[in-house]
Design a protein around this ligand. Structure first.
Ligand code: SAM
Length: 231
């Protein structure tokens, strides 16, 4: 049985957000580490470990077989959520991909079945988290919780969301940092602020007019938040 630390704090944090008894889909499963861990701790009823590339699927199949959980975990070669409709998925993770790619997978026709309050999404964007939050708000996915974790010295953001159909808007600061993270505050939020500041300051040179004004206003807000969280 893999110990929690073996696949790191990032995937451990994703596992924590999966509900007990879930029928779980892991999109972009790679080694199938997440479903194998969840099966090993008895947290899931069934899992679909999905990947679009043949190599990871091959590896996932070997790992699942070696884990002894082939009765619980089915490995599928599939693009995004394709073919998962009708399988009573309750919890679905998309971890370790760019925020834009995650949004595009959620937008696909095959992913329409996720638009119910019975499904929990666990998303871990490697980039463009602000883009993903804006997408979720615009499409009526309520962000229920967010977590920032540090794994091997690197920071990761996890977003837990469920479809309600009620669209809403986030402030530019909320898009950058996440409402729940802002409400929680603390050292990890201060670090996230500094990362975002660095990124936006790098972008500033290529902006002008309204875009420049908005970027400057966001930089000022992030600087205020950063100072507050360091106190
Ligand atoms: C960086 S790995 C992340 C693996 C694991 N989810 C994690 O967080 O450690 C990204 C995986 O997503 C898969 N992937 C990329 N696009 C995909 C798509 N459209 N549908 C399913 N899997 C995809 C890749 O083949 C790769 O195995």
């Amino acid at each position: 049985m893999p110990a929690q630390g073996e696949f790191g704090k990032r995937l451990s944090a994703a596992a924590d957000l999966v509900r007990p008894g879930a029928v779980f889909a892991d999109i972009g499963t790679d080694h199938a580490s997440l479903p194998i861990y969840l099966a090993s701790v008895g947290k899931i009823k069934r899992a679909y470990a999905c990947d679009v590339a043949e190599k990871p699927v091959e590896l996932a199949r070997k790992n699942v077989e070696a884990s002894g959980y082939s009765d619980i975990i089915e490995v599928r070669l599939t693009d995004g959520f394709c073919g998962l409709r009708g399988l009573s998925i309750t919890d679905a993770a998309v971890c370790g991909m760019g925020g834009e790619l995650i949004a595009s997978l959620l937008s696909a026709e095959d992913a329409v079945f996720l638009r119910t309050d019975a499904v929990r999404l666990i998303l871990q964007p490697m980039s463009r988290a602000a883009y993903l939050r804006r997408y979720l708000a615009r499409e009526g996915f309520e962000i229920e919780n967010e977590v920032i974790v540090r794994d091997m010295g690197r920071q990761y953001e996890l977003i837990c969301a469920t479809y309600t159909g009620n669209t809403y808007s986030l402030t530019p600061l909320e898009e950058q940092l996440g409402r729940a993270n802002i409400a929680r505050g603390g050292e990890e939020l201060a670090v996230l602020c500094r990362r975002r500041l660095l990124h936006l300051k790098n972008l500033l040179g290529g902006t002008n007019g309204k875009e420049r004004e908005e970027t400057l206003a966001l930089i000022a807000e992030l600087e205020r938040t950063s100072v507050k969280e360091q106190r």
